[in-house]
Ligand binder design. Structure first.
Ligand SMILES: CC(C)(COP(=O)(O)OP(=O)(O)OC[C@H]1O[C@@H](n2cnc3c(N)ncnc32)[C@H](O)[C@@H]1OP(=O)(O)O)[C@@H](O)C(=O)NCCC(=O)NCCS
Length: 183
């Protein structure tokens, strides 16, 4: 498995992949329906925003309808001859801190039939290199309290549990667990 940059010719496969993930499970905080809509409505912009290390893309709409400024970000797709997942990294330049509305530096999903192959763990390890390149001291990740799969991926990369607290109100209700990986 390697990480690739998404190109326009990958979009049909990407749209099928995202639908398969949505059909499997409701990943509320990941807003996959919005991602699907963005890829369909403006493919060129969608592809451009996969690689936005200066944070030049449009402001981001929160689930409650408010807008926040887009952070610099890099998104890569996992590829083993076909798309098997997605991982994104966003950061605030010059600081380890994130705005409270941003649920962690790194987020990922894997297609249901590609899970338990070590892909998410490997992809996270590769993305940590990008975080080191940004001179961060650590990255913060969040998971639902019962998302033991994602917690396993974080622990496989040396992550430690920091705290459990309510999700920022812009994202809805419930608790999140916060994790940290030292770089
Ligand atoms: C979480 C997710 C990305 C894991 O992807 P993956 O490629 O299957 O993860 P890995 O194969 O790298 O698993 C690494 C370790 O995590 C743990 N793990 C993974 N899936 C698990 C599961 N379903 N239950 C318990 N532990 C699990 C295991 O310790 C595993 O190591 P092992 O297979 O040697 O036992 C995948 O389940 C997924 O896409 N879930 C839906 C999206 C999601 O929750 N994203 C994260 C949001 S915070």
């Amino acid at each position: 498995m390697e990480l690739i940059r998404l190109e326009e010719h990958h979009l049909p496969e990407f749209l099928t992949a995202i639908k398969a993930v949505m059909a499997d499970q409701d990943l509320m905080h990941m807003e996959l329906d919005k991602l699907h809509e963005e890829a369909v409505s403006d493919p060129a912009r969608f592809i451009r925003e996969q690689d936005d290390p200066l944070g030049l893309g449009a402001d981001i709409e929160m689930p409650d309808g408010t807008f926040v400024k887009r952070l610099p970000s890099i998104v890569r797709h996992m590829w083993d001859g076909e798309i098997c997942g997605r991982i994104g990294f966003r950061w605030s330049p010059g600081t380890n801190e994130l705005p409270p509305t941003c649920l962690g530096h790194i987020g990922y999903w894997i297609l249901p039939h590609k899970r338990r192959n070590g892909y998410a763990s490997k992809a996270l390890g590769l993305m940590l290199e990008e975080a080191r390149a940004q001179k961060l001291d650590y990255v913060e990740l969040t998971t639902d309290p019962d998302n033991f799969a994602s917690q396993g991926v974080i622990k496989a990369n040396g992550g430690i549990f920091i705290e459990q607290k309510p999700i920022p109100k812009e994202h809805g209700t419930g608790d999140l667990t916060y994790w940290r990986i030292k770089l």
